[in-house]
Design a protein around this ligand. Structure first.
Ligand SMILES: NC(=O)C1=CN([C@@H]2O[C@H](COP(=O)(O)OP(=O)(O)OC[C@H]3O[C@@H](n4cnc5c(N)ncnc54)[C@H](O)[C@@H]3O)[C@@H](O)[C@H]2O)C=CC1
Ligand SMILES: NCC(=O)COP(=O)(O)O
Length: 309
């Protein structure tokens, strides 16, 4: 099993995580790291780490000054190049799955990228309806909207797109029951605190009808959707916006969780965290747990796909 690994933003913690995790990952698969060898050597020297002899690279991107903890045009350009190279390895069947280390969105913006992150980029480049889901065995949250300003969320709660999302989410996972959260406090309290729940309820009913089973339940009261009782009932929740799902998920399962792109022709997993500029190149030993879990999941998902084709 070969994994194409993009290094993310070289001014962040991605390279350190990759170097510290390599020996363990290499016991499970053949990882290929998409990075220019000069940058690898320089980054490792800055970190005071050795580059393992067995570490295989696929050169890409420009050589530039690593400036720890800063979002630069150069780091954005290089992280995009690493991502594109890793994706191309999977598309050309030279790797079985893509695992991404974190990019910095401001750096991508400075480098002129129109995409906000990997999920947007995968959707745009592959012309497929990518869905973002993060989590771990106990709880996965699917995000109906993700990288949009909060003020635009309510406008996006429309019946047809939500039905489409729910059906595609089900098709990607085949698990049930799946809880769908409301948008407003107390799920609108019967329309007293907002009316979006009416649209959500109709979308749930229509998706269940189309699937032919009671897969989706809700709209759930958002502030009670992550209680131990609800987590015993639902291992998967659909959340309507980024922080509705990711704030509780990270409070409960940070490090352990991973990011999985659903609805794509390629397997892609990632870490649950960002570039952590505040601790990059400071000898603070960032947690590698999410990366290790993302790698394991990529292997499992790629094996499943292999067995189905
Ligand atoms: N998969 C990806 O490419 C992701 C990229 N990002 C991007 O990363 C950038 C920074 O994002 P932030 O919101 O600041 O979140 P962040 O996850 O980078 O940092 C939040 C806090 O968590 C800590 N932290 C993060 N990862 C850690 C680790 N492995 N070990 C120990 N501590 C860790 C950081 O030190 C910081 O205090 C943004 O541009 C964001 O969009 C964020 C999440 C995922
Ligand atoms: N908050 C999750 C995140 O930013 C990851 O985004 P993506 O790069 O996987 O699209």
């Amino acid at each position: 099993m070969k994994l194409a690994i993009s290094l993310g933003d070289l001014n962040g913690i991605g390279l350190e995580i990759a170097l510290r995790s390599h020996e363990e990952i290499a016991q499970w698969c053949e990882p290929v790291y998409c990075i220019d060898p000069t940058m690898l050597a320089w980054g490792a020297a800055l970190l005071g780490l050795d580059v393992p002899e067995s570490l295989q690279t696929c050169p890409c991107g420009d050589v530039f000054d690593i400036t720890p903890g800063r979002a630069t045009k150069a780091s954005g350009k290089a992280s995009y190049a690493s991502f594109l190279k890793a994706l191309s390895l999977v598309q050309e069947n030279k790797a079985d799955a893509l695992v991404t280390l974190p990019i910095h969105k401001e750096a991508w913006h400075k480098a002129g990228m129109l995409y906000k992150g990997h999920t947007d980029a995968l959707a745009g480049l592959l012309k497929e309806d990518a869905m973002m889901m993060l989590g771990c065995e106990t709880l996965f949250v699917g995000l109906f909207t993700h990288h949009i300003p909060l003020k635009n969320v309510a406008k996006q709660i429309k019946k047809k797109p939500l039905i489409g999302f729910l059906i595609r989410f089900w098709e990607a996972l085949h698990v049930k029951p799946i809880g769908v959260l409301g948008l407003n406090p107390h799920a609108g309290d019967g329309g007293v605190i907002g009316k979006e729940e009416r649209v959500i309820a109709k979308a749930i009913a229509a998706a269940n009808k189309a699937i032919g089973e009671e897969v989706f339940m809700g709209p759930l009261v958002p502030d009670a959707a992550f209680t131990p009782q609800k987590l015993a009932q639902f291992s998967h929740l659909v959340c309507l916006y980024h922080d509705q799902g990711l704030t509780p998920l990270k409070a409960l399962f940070f490090e352990e969780s991973i990011n999985v792109s659903l609805g794509l022709s390629v397997v892609r997993t990632s870490v649950d965290h960002g570039t952590a500029y505040d601790i990059a190149y400071k000898g603070m030993n960032p947690s590698c747990k999410s990366f290790l879990n993302a790698t394991k999941s990529a292997i499992t998902l790629a094996e499943k796909r292999r067995n189905f084709t």
